[in-house]
Ligand binder design. Structure first.
Ligand code: AVI
Length: 327
């Protein structure tokens, strides 16, 4: 039994698993362009595969962001000041939040926000022993919607929202603006955001990152169908679908697909879904930004970009911004 107290954010009736998302899943699979939300990638198996992706040679994102963090977190810490509450959107990589908590001056609290109670509890349980002075308060909520922040025993000086990994790229540009607005509201005036944003670059580098030679990304993508089989009683034959990741130049994004290699019918939660040969399900977008484009988006959401660190190969950016004071 975990010792963590889980804060249930009011107004967010989100539960774990995908069975309760049956309607949304069927809506996607019965649309003229079939789609599934990337949020369903991350069951236990999907999270393990994602961890493997993060150390693939072609997947430059994680190692480049880690290098940027190593190089610039001291500066981040001096900008943030002491006794910040770190609010992480998504219970992400333990390594990254450790790096941040290690460098910040007397961090007051750590508040991971996620729709998976298991990930939340694992995350805080793994950190608690090493950060006894940091108040750990996981919040079970969908961070795309405003949520209530918990009270802390020591009043933090400011909120620092942390959103590494370029997960912001998995939202459409309009969706990213909405998430940034939620972040600005949660950080509050005087608060700040530290965010990892993947950059536009030569399409060959991007294609390789999402079509790795070991086929791990393919397994990660196909696991979505295996998950529907396990949790929604679907009967996808994984042999009859193929992973595809293309770079869309106009939209400046990677589009991941699961392509039906033949004409077939699949049953999902009792509903029959027909596929033509070559028809595909869109499973993920991963948008890539120029730094200035992202700054403009962040400004519209109420942030003031302060620092942007980019690696020498111009692959990835780590951006620090503060919430613009109103009026
Ligand atoms: C979590 N997210 C930022 C990853 C990305 O690069 O868009 C997910 C991923 N999909 C395929 N590989 C990694």
């Amino acid at each position: 039994m975990s010792s963590a107290v889980l804060q249930i954010a009011t107004g967010n009736p989100v539960k774990p698993g995908i069975a309760q998302d049956r309607r949304q899943i069927l809506r996607g699979l019965t649309s003229s362009q079939k789609w599934l939300s990337p949020k369903y990638f991350y069951d236990k198996r999907g999270s393990e595969l994602f961890d493997q992706i993060c150390s693939l040679p072609e997947y430059y994102l994680t190692r480049t962001e880690l290098k940027l963090m190593q190089a610039h977190l001291d500066e981040v810490a001096s900008l943030v000041g002491q006794r910040a509450a770190v609010i992480e959107f998504g219970a992400g990589s333990n390594i990254k939040v450790r790096l941040l908590l290690d460098r910040l001056e007397k961090p007051a609290a750590y508040v991971p926000v996620d729709i998976s109670p298991e990930f939340l509890l694992e995350q805080v349980d793994s950190l608690r022993g090493d950060y006894p002075d940091v108040h750990m308060q996981p919040v079970f909520a969908d961070f795309t919607q405003p949520f209530d922040l918990p009270e802390h025993p020591v009043m933090p000086e400011r909120n620092l929202v942390f959103f590494p990994g370029s997960t912001i790229g998995n939202f459409t540009r309009a969706g990213a603006l909405e998430v940034l607005e939620v972040m600005a509201a949660e950080a509050k005036p005087g608060g700040a955001l530290l965010i990892g944003v993947d950059l536009q670059k030569d399409a060959s580098i991007l294609r390789a990152a999402y079509n790795d030679s070991e086929g791990v990304t393919a397994q990660f993508n196909l696991n979505l169908l295996a998950r529907l089989n396990r949790e929604l009683g679907a009967d996808f034959d994984l042999e009859k679908f193929r992973h595809q990741a293309i770079y869309d130049d106009e939209e400046r994004r990677i589009e991941m697909r699961l392509l039906s290699t033949r004409r077939q019918k699949v049953s999902v939660a009792g509903v029959t879904i027909a596929f033509a040969a070559g028809e595909y399900i869109i499973t993920e977008y991963s948008h890539k930004y120029e730094p200035e484009e992202f700054h403009a988006l962040a400004r519209r959401a109420g942030f003031c970009p302060r620092r942007t660190w980019i690696d020498d190969e111009r692959l990835f950016s780590l951006q620090y911004m503060t919430v613009r004071s109103q009026g």
